[in-house]
Design a binder for this molecule. Structure first.
Ligand code: MIC
Ligand code: SF4
Length: 639
């Protein structure tokens, strides 16, 4: 039986377990990446694991998220991460060097390897034929300390591509089209594998845009072949030696499949407030735009920037629009400075930001009240921009640039514009932002500022779980809801006690008060609970507030793992209609939880309503042991 590309790499890296859908396996990790907003927790946890050098071939710590530095907190976090990186043989990418996923694609990503990153958009590496998976911080710390990662074997979804994109269309329009079809939970439990003759017509960076936003489908990861275009990209990045080919066997077996004709792709837009609320741009008339932002790990490559520059050349940004531009890496910024594109942006009236996440995670550039913001980013959750009532639309760089000139949402589709951008044959290098570890640094001290607080650690599991339902949510609750992120809160990513004041604040003003009044309790969620970012703070904050379990219709993959890692039990309604049989502040008990997690089934007694509800408690042997010990850190230290 032929193998898919994903199965080939997983087979190569398999350490333990059987490669069968649904099984938990242990795989060797070749590379890791972290960024600063999840990184402080990763490195606090890595220090607790008391290691010498990382066990991976390559680990990189990027600073790209928290860069406003309006107080000492961000800078202290950067220093802390730098000091730990030095001690353990980790490459450090300084603030300004660029967005982790873009820089990793350019400098380090390697076909046929496994990359684990503490950021949900790590699958960007799939554009290079890598199995690149986003994970919680502790999983990444363990990957560095021990060289492995535990993964539940996903199914494989084959997307067959044919044809060629028109030059007004972008990888972004392809993935938005897929999101329209599959929704934000349609990829859950799958690896998206792109094949077909259309693949060769997509640049590596267009491929990376597609794999990047596979995260929005809920997919474990997404992967493209490694072919001649991959080789050319790696040659242009000065690292041909990292190339190796990857393609599926001709008789590869897939669980699901559909076809996309790239010829037919037209500019698409994700409307507020979810990335799957997708329409054709041409179907939205007269949408006046206040802000346009071009950048983020989804669309900040050299070719994306140049397409925007071509549209802006000899034009002027509309007087009612603020256009902000953040190239994905310092190297791209340098190239744009040298080839004149940067001056094109400035002549057009754009605002140039440093290379980093910036507005994508609400670090500045919050839109005006009820403002309409058009962004080339990947997430448009309510409030994420920093303005709660802003309306954020997700589009391609081509659509963004033309709309910035016109002042309303429009596409370059029917305009006679030359949008052809040649890929570079040499990107050169910009090493100035990278600090490579040297032997002498292995004993250098860890530097910790006053804002860096201890990581909360769970307690051993008791005989039963008992308490009040302290929150009941709807479907598709994001980790941005559970632990919001914006310019005011990101400086506190290493301070869980402080962050706990804002838990669920997009849904309710007093979650913390209720949790404290009842000494913790149980949360009830709908479908796809915990979608979005990989931030384990969305589990650590509830742990700190003594949440014992979350019961939901279904969970997003990374958050499910993060809850287990924190010792909080994620349980699923056996019959999702039972969701209606529990209400806020009901008194509940789950008796005999120790055997429930072993047997895979739990019983919840709703004492307030005098009814019983069946729950699924399906965990691997390892997860059961982790839950019993009160979290993964306790487990790893004791095993
Ligand atoms: C995001 O895009 O939501 C983030 C910010 O990059 C997160 C990580 C975080 O919360 O720090 C992610 O995607 O995992
Ligand atoms: Fe940064 Fe936005 Fe990408 Fe997250 S999605 S890594 S915040 S650019």
């Amino acid at each position: 039986m032929g193998q898919s590309m994903a199965m080939k790499i997983l087979t190569q890296n398999l350490l333990e377990g059987e490669l069968k859908h649904g099984n938990e396996i242990k795989i060797k990790v070749n590379q890791t990446l972290t960024q600063d907003s999840t990184g402080t927790m990763v490195y606090l946890q890595l220090e607790k694991l008391e290691i010498d050098k990382v066990k991976t071939d390559l680990s990189v710590a990027y600073i790209d998220h928290n860069m406003l530095q309006q107080g000492f907190e961000n800078a202290d976090d950067h220093d802390f991460i730098k000091s730990v990186a030095k001690r353990h043989n980790i490459i450090f990418s300084k603030a300004g060097g660029g967005i982790c996923h873009q820089v990793h694609l350019e400098r380090f990503g390697k076909p046929n390897t496994v990359l684990i990153g503490s950021d949900s958009h790590t699958p960007t590496g799939g554009g290079l034929g890598q199995i690149a998976i986003g994970a919680g911080g502790l999983d990444v710390a363990v990957a560095m300390a021990k060289g492995f990662y535990n993964l539940v074997v996903p199914k494989i979804y084959n997307v067959q591509l044919k044809g060629k994109l028109a030059n007004y269309a972008n990888g972004k329009d392809v993935i938005l089209k897929i999101l329209q079809k599959l929704t934000v939970k349609g990829g859950t439990g799958y690896i998206m594998e792109y094949t077909g003759e259309g693949v060769k017509n997509l640049s590596v960076t267009d491929r990376a845009t597609i794999t990047n936003m596979g995260a929005e489908l809920g997919a474990t990861t997404s992967i493209f072949p490694s072919d001649e275009r991959t080789r050319e990209f790696l040659i242009a990045q000065g690292r041909e030696e990292d190339f190796s080919p990857l393609e599926p066997d001709p008789d590869a077996v897939y669980d699901e499949m559909f076809e996309i004709n790239l010829d037919g792709i037209v500019p698409m837009v994700a409307c507020p407030h979810l990335p799957d609320n997708v329409k054709r741009v041409s179907d939205i008339k007269n949408l006046k735009v206040d802000q346009v932002a071009i950048g983020s790990c989804t669309n900040s490559s050299y070719t994306d920037m140049m397409k925007a520059a071509k549209i802006l050349e000899d034009n002027r940004v509309h007087e009612d629009v603020s256009l902000v531009i953040s190239p994905g890496s310092a190297n791209i910024m340098r190239i744009l400075a040298e080839n004149g594109a940067l001056s094109t942006f400035i002549r057009a009236g754009a605002r140039i930001l440093e290379s980093g996440c910036g507005p994508c995670i609400g670090m500045g550039q919050a839109p005006k009240s009820a403002g309409v913001s058009l962004r080339t980013f990947n997430r448009n959750f309510k409030g994420r921009s920093g303005t709660f009532d802003a309306e954020v639309y997700l589009v391609s760089p081509q659509t963004a640039a033309i709309s910035a000139i016109k002042g309303f949402l429009t596409t370059p589709e029917h305009l006679d514009l030359d949008l052809e951008v040649e890929e570079l044959t040499s990107y050169g290098k910009n090493e100035a932002y990278l600090i490579y570890p040297v032997e002498e640094d292995s004993n250098s001290p860890v530097v910790m500022g006053p804002n860096i607080k201890e990581v909360p650690i769970g307690e051993e599991l008791g005989e039963k779980i008992e308490g009040k339902i302290i929150l009941k949510t709807g479907d598709n609750i994001t980790t941005d809801d559970i632990c919001p992120s914006n310019a005011r809160l990101l400086p506190f990513r290493s301070n869980v006690p402080y962050l706990s004041n804002f838990a669920f604040s997009t849904l309710t003003p007093d979650f913390k008060k209720v949790a404290e009044e009842h000494n913790g309790g149980i949360i009830v969620g709908g479908d796809n609970y915990g979608q979005g970012s990989s931030r384990e703070h969305a589990a650590l904050v509830p742990l700190y507030l003594k949440v014992k379990a979350v019961i939901s219709k279904s969970f997003a993959r990374i958050h499910f793992a993060n809850l287990i890692n924190s010792g909080i039990i994620p349980l699923v309604f056996d019959n999702s209609e039972d969701y209606d049989k529990i209400d806020f502040l009901d008194d509940v008990v789950i008796p005999d939880i120790q055997s429930a997690i072993k047997n895979g089934r739990a019983r919840l007694v709703n004492k307030t309503k005098n009814i019983e509800i069946n729950l699924i408690a399906a965990f691997s042997e390892r997860q059961i042991a982790v839950l019993k010990m009160g979290g993964y850190l306790n487990y790893v230290k004791n095993s």
